[in-house]
Design a protein. Structure first.
Length: 305
């Protein structure tokens, strides 16, 4: 008689393994058709209702590692509206980790906004600290991080990059033509670094959502991945006033894009990146026949209506 082997699959394995690929969708704006530039969007925003976009990619190998190390508690950092905080809280709840979020700003509390409320409802403990204390991560880790897996701010580290690389592997199976350009929003750098590290031939276009110098972004990315021999272009003119800032023009663009394509964007990252992509097409940055893939990194939990 055949006895089926008793394979024990953990909650953490199951979470990642049961996932379907996110779709790759063509974006057919009249401008793109007119300029003969093929633009696709990798809909990682659809991966999961709460652990979506680049969070899904960045958390995967980190949480598998936490489990391997036998650590049942995740500690991480973020600002008041952090998508990363919301995603870690939801992932922890789904996979059975305790979670602690160390939040920048001691004037805040769990009901301050919907991101913190959501995290707290998922069972995340929130530790609010002053901006000065927040800068000293080592001290916070020694105070709050005992027996815990520490996820850096934004979840950006080498294991995060490995997860982001999988998005590109998927895209390559979904698209039968070579990808000339890969576009991503920049915040803490892990997503850009993951694409840079995985991309052999495509040029990576990085759109900063922060008001920051190009050379600082290069230094930052260089800490994750050697940049020599990498095809990279960094755009720092699409921040619309800085991190978390928005303008009427940006909101108008997002509304218009959503109506024409049905792809939702938000104001902090993906709206600014997509504005940049459309602007570059308009300015003739791409050649007719070019294939451009934009990574939808999620963030819709924080979307301001
Ligand atoms: C929705 C969204 N897109 C893009 C980014 C930028 O990614 P990274 O921090 O890896 O540069 C973030 C921040 O992590 C984000 O929340």
């Amino acid at each position: 008689m055949y006895i089926k082997p008793n394979v024990i699959v953990s909650r953490v394995d199951r979470f990642w393994e049961n996932a379907a690929q996110s779709p790759l969708q063509i974006v057919q704006l009249p401008l793109f058709i007119e300029r003969e530039v093929s633009v696709y969007i990798k809909r990682d925003d659809l991966l999961h209702p709460f652990v979506s976009g680049n969070k899904w990619r960045k958390l995967k190998y980190n949480l598998l590692e936490a489990e391997k190390l036998g650590l049942k508690r995740l500690v991480t950092f973020g600002g008041a509206y952090s998508n990363h905080i919301a995603a870690v809280a939801a992932a922890g709840q789904a996979m059975g980790f305790e979670t602690l979020g160390i939040i920048r700003g001691d004037e805040l509390y769990a009901d301050s906004n919907q991101t913190l409320q959501f995290a707290s409802h998922c069972g995340m403990k929130l530790q609010f600290v002053t901006r000065a204390a927040y800068r000293n991560k080592e001290s916070l880790i020694s105070q709050f991080g005992e027996n815990s897996y520490i996820l850096p701010e934004g979840g950006s580290n080498q294991l995060a990059m490995k997860g982001v690389g999988e998005a590109l592997e998927e895209i390559q199976t979904q698209l039968s033509v070579p990808i000339d350009y890969l576009c991503t929003a920049f915040g803490t750098g892990g997503t850009s670094a993951g694409l840079l590290s995985a991309a052999a031939l495509s040029k990576v276009l990085v759109f900063s959502s922060l008001k920051i110098k190009k050379s600082d972004i290069e230094t930052h990315l260089g800490a994750f991945v050697p940049l020599q021999d990498k095809k990279l272009d960094i755009f720092t003119d699409y921040h619309f006033g800085g991190y978390g800032k928005e303008t009427e023009e940006l909101n108008q663009f997002i509304d218009d894009f959503e109506k024409k394509t049905t792809v939702p964007l938000e104001q902090v990252y993906t709206g600014k990146m997509m504005y940049g992509v459309v602007d570059l097409v308009q300015k003739g940055y791409f050649n007719p026949g070019d294939v451009v893939v934009v990574l939808h990194s999620g963030g819709l939990q924080g979307k301001r209506k």
